[in-house]
Design a protein around this ligand. Sequence first.
Ligand code: F6R
Length: 354
Amino acid sequence: DKGTYPFFMLKEIDEQAIVARNLIEHYFVNGLPQIDEKILSAIKQADRLYIVAAGTSYHAALIGRRFFEKWAGISTEAHIASEFAYDHPLISKKPFFVFISQSGETADSIQVLDFIKKEHYPSLTLANVMNSTLTREADFALPILAGPEIAVASTKAYMAQILTQVILAAALAGGHDQLQAELSRLAIDLQTVIDGQDKIKELADTYLVHADRAFYIGRAADADVTLEAALKLKEISYTLVEGFAAGELKHGTISLIEQNTPVIALISQSKTAGLTRSNLEETMARGAKAMTIVTKNLASSDDDIILPALNGEMEMFGPILEAVPIQLLAYYTSLGRKLDVDHPRNLAKSVTVQ
Ligand code: F6R
């Protein structure tokens, strides 16, 4: 039931702070992340993690990958399921496979699971729909607890997929004392961003509703988010959008920048913030209409969307806060074009064909 919401997508975006709190409540006991010891020991025996998923779930894998590497110290690769099924890289001696899916029924991912089972490789599925093909067929399964997601464009499931990976990575690392408090803080910050959506609607109206193309740029973890930002905007607003590492602009794409081309920069990583800003300035010198989405600790008063501050180690959570404005920009652009936000053309909620 949509309640008073015009579209499920907006309801589901708005639910994301609640989703974060539900995950904390489910996975933490006495301040520590609790994951089945069998799962943890199976993963700890691996020399490399392979995360396999499609679309938005693949984009969640790109974010999660960094937590498995930085916190748990396990080399981790994220793969597009439809590619891995027919063209996989050399697999390490002791791999462990993690499947990420909202529906648990994505044919591309099932194809990979069938293949790795024949090789007797161990696997875990993180899914929203439990008792689905991917949860039943994998050795282990964990719920991402987003609640029913109805809109075709995935929002709260993406959030829940990232957070579940964060919790799993922390459990693998054997603790991470402050995590429950940090995630609770993050849930409050998510609500702050959600509550600031009038400003985001205005920006969608002035920058995107009348644009036929747009670009998202970012570096490091922010570069991963540009892919999801672009996918969300293109799938429901039908704008031609590309998201990519900001440093790549000068290697080709900058030739597409014209007067008033929207370029949106995501900035939450201190090491690369200055570089992304200078790339953005290069596009402005060519007429781009630049928008910035920046965490407060890296922001100035000229920035457009200012997210709550993430200092020090907390910076790793940048992609989690950025998820909300990129979803809202897509939503309000689609709405501004009077499109059917929840049912974009040519798309199905669950893709059960290869
Ligand atoms: C985009 C979107 C899709 C799905 C993809 C995988 O908003 O929803 O890209 O993420 O089809 O689906 P699941 O997660 O069900 O495996």
